[in-house]
Design a protein around this ligand. Structure first.
Ligand code: TYD
Length: 221
């Protein structure tokens, strides 16, 4: 496997976590801080990230799409990802940009591989085709207990009258499986996946994120 160093001079950082972990807020805060230091930053998100990806996202997250099957769900996640990798992420890394991506293959691993029970092997097989060896330099895993996270996510969905709730509406056991799979990932890949406590206040979490990011930036200078 290669990583983004082989793809260019940039750095590829992904944010992961269960529903309502606050990872998207942390991604934005980090982006702002990096721009303040005059670093080139691309913020992107999955599923989505590109125009095509946003169209695929609507199918994936529409609460009405109860009939979507696990394998189709997996392939659509990776279709959006393949588009994002080719259209946005690789060109940005090649130009020396720091790419901050809200969810990536690890999400497919824990939600489809574990949550839906498709298995890790299937996920990595599709990843090989869609991402062609692109692996994050660093993954920030914002951990949160399932009840707190879901309560936050439901509040947000009500506030924004969000219809993209198909995944949030899975049963509690599904979300517990997802969180456990994330925690196992951090244990299995401690050098890449750094677990951060998302139960703290926003400012403290941001400081914890910064401590993990700083060494990576020094390496890229
Ligand atoms: P989103 O509204 O972006 O929520 P969040 O703030 O939690 O990221 O919804 C993305 C949903 O899609 C989320 O429930 C996780 C799920 N997902 C997968 O199941 N597999 C994947 O590969 C990705 C990228 C996301």
């Amino acid at each position: 496997m290669t990583d983004s160093r082989a793809q260019g001079r940039g750095r590829f950082v992904t944010f992961e976590g269960p529903e309502g972990s606050g990872k998207s807020t942390q991604l934005r805060l980090l982006g702002k801080r990096l721009r303040g230091l005059n670093r080139g930053v691309l913020e992107t998100a999955e599923p989505g990230g590109t125009d095509i990806g946003m169209q695929i996202r609507r199918v994936l997250l529409d609460a009405k799409n109860h009939q979507l099957r696990p394998t189709a769900e997996l392939l659509l996640m990776f279709a959006a990802r393949a588009q994002n990798v080719d259209e946005a992420i690789l060109p940005a890394l090649g130009a020396g940009t720091i790419v901050l991506c809200d969810r990536f293959t690890d999400s497919s691993l824990v939600y489809q591989g574990e949550g839906r029970g498709l298995g890790a092997e299937v996920v990595y097989e599709v990843d090989r085709i869609a991402c062609r060896g692109l692996v994050p330099d660093l993954t920030i895993l914002v951990d949160i207990d399932v009840e707190t996270g879901l309560a936050r996510a439901h509040k947000r969905n009500q506030r924004t009258q969000d219809v993209e709730t198909r995944m949030d509406e899975q049963e509690l056991a599904f979300h517990r499986t997802v969180r456990a799979a994330y925690q196992k990932l951090a244990q299995d890949e401690p050098a890449r996946v750094r677990l951060i406590d998302g139960g703290k206040n926003e400012t403290d979490v941001a400081e914890d994120v910064w401590k993990v990011i700083e060494p990576l930036l020094r390496r890229s200078a």
